[in-house]
Design a binder for this molecule. Sequence first.
Ligand SMILES: Nc1nnc(-c2c[nH]c3ncc(-c4c[nH]c5ccccc45)cc23)o1
Length: 333
Amino acid sequence: QDLSSHVQNPGKVRYGTASDLLDFVNMVSNTLSSSLLEVGEEMGVLLNKTDMVIKDGHYRIDLDVLLFPWKLTYKPPGPGYVPKGSFGKVHLAQDTKTRKRMACKLIPVEHFKHAEVEIQARFQHENIAQLYGALLWEQTVHLFMEAGEGGSVLEKLDSCGPMREFEIIWVSQQVLRGLEYLHSHKIIHHDIKPSNIVLMSAKAVLVDFGLTVQMKDDVYIPRDLRGTEMYMSPELVLCRGHNTKTDIYSLGTTIIHMLSGSPPWVRRYPRSAYPSYLYIIHKQAPPLEDIPESCSPAMRRLLEHALDRVPARRSSATELLNEEALHPSREDQ
Ligand SMILES: Nc1nnc(-c2c[nH]c3ncc(-c4c[nH]c5ccccc45)cc23)o1
């Protein structure tokens, strides 16, 4: 195209606010993917002040931003190991002008739900992966986000085994601050687990908001089962209504995984013999038996409060943040 047509028809990527980004993703969600086929070039909205440089309305993959399979923190690079989200593959991305490094999650447009973006666009907190922008290119939604270059807690557990208690305390405090913020806005994450907690040099953040809901009142009646079985609460499995306390239970099972190196239940009920854990979670008492002997009494008490079978009795994020286990006194160190 000559310059004049280029100027007259600048590309379809622009800077905008969180509400511009939400309008864009709503358009993508509501437009039949067939009619999106005609758009030959990338289109999208990048949030202002994100160190991403749009050139003449373009933000082209492999030109303005490069995508790399994620360099693993612990393991020798497998064949293009790419962490998987609920519906998308996550790559490392780098803006070619500012060299800013980001995570880029690729979601096929037919799987894309604007709920994934809605919460991250409307709610910001230092322990929630920040959203930088969204692009639609080749029938795939590219979500650019804050990158946890230390990888996920699951990757760390798989590579290095059980974590030490001071590491678990650090991760739990970060996650609980993020949950305290989300729960104060009646938002349920629905998929708290080691692979959805990613590590950076000075903090840990929650990722993958594809199953997130914002309650209209104090209970959420689910239409489907959301989450990952081993970390699900008994009330979520029952499907008769639940609230933000389900995330607290999932954090409790996540702490068991960090302490022991395995999710709850699997050592007592091997996956080979138990294709599903839903019935076990429903029938059995909370998995306190999976807390290792080495666990400190204070951390054990925190887990008893986080895994209480009765949601109303279960501690909130704020209450857990005030537990002794998360404030080891000097003499303990
Ligand atoms: N499902 C999902 N939705 N958003 C994200 C996400 C946003 N920023 C990120 N930074 C790092 C990782 C990540 C996960 N596992 C890993 C293993 C090794 C290295 C990095 C990772 C994932 C993200 O993930």
